[in-house]
Write a protein that binds this ligand. Sequence first.
Ligand code: ATP
Ligand code: MG
Ligand code: MG
Length: 290
Amino acid sequence: VTSLLTFTRTKQGQYEWIQLVGHPGTFKEGLHDGYILKELSEKERRCCELLQHDILKDFVPKYNGTVKDEEGKHYIEMEDLLSSFHEPCIMDCKIGVRTYLEEDLDKSERDPEPRTDLYEKMIAIDPTAPTEKENEEKKILKPRYMIWRENLSSSEDLGFRIEAIKKSRGLMSKEFQRIKERNEVRKHLTEFIANSIPRATQYLNRLTQLRSTCLRSKFFQTHELIGSSLLFVHDTTRALIWMIDFGKTRLLPSNIHITHSKPWVRGTHEDGYLIGLDNLILLFQEIIND
Ligand code: ATP
Ligand code: MG
Ligand code: MG
């Protein structure tokens, strides 16, 4: 399953940079120390730039402009969130009840382009999932695949899902596609923090700060955040969380206002970002109070 591949590389023998999800080859070492390069998307670049001047700036990687490599490929240069940690544990949680854009849905209805790669991804997770027609064609429409993943995982109910976890020096796991039940999710969160109450408290504090900052943020008020993640990073001394991946974050049409917490109905642009954040907060509170 190509998009779930991962790579680990050694940066001049200093430390390993680890990419949990996304396509391999999207990231490279940055030009500056403590920075990495991510393949340029103009939409994401725009978000990174706006966020540097928003009150959310301490919750996103620092952005250092774009660069072009020898082959003419363009990248955004951003802060490597792992660089200040020692043998960190890392978790990527995709936030939101919806993981595709309304425009993708419109496009797919106007001009359906079923994909073989998505059919293959689907049967790798559950061979019984495709319909008869999909099995005949060996192809699947993107929104159908995305909605299926939301329902299979906790995205639909909890407004977030664990995409991948890497324990310090341990193995990387991406086998969370079917983690849906609240208790199961909690079990994985507890395991991720190695049952440490002080660490759960550090994460909880960061989450509540993030929530209150989101509510006051101009960026948050004017954007729909789809497919964005929270990156959890801790080592033995610190536990922090950042917002990453703004490839599918979009400026809302000027006549549309969203709450980020009402369920999505087509046309509303609601993303469920605060549903996910609130459930994460509740889960960490439960872990601490248990
Ligand atoms: P996808 O859209 O499939 O999720 P992507 O190509 O948009 O992938 P991201 O989601 O932005 O890529 O990042 C993929 C992974 O790379 C993250 O899960 C994380 O492990 C790592 N990563 C991304 N940004 C940073 C950063 N600033 N510092 C450290 N690690 C990062
Ligand atoms: Mg991502
Ligand atoms: Mg992305």
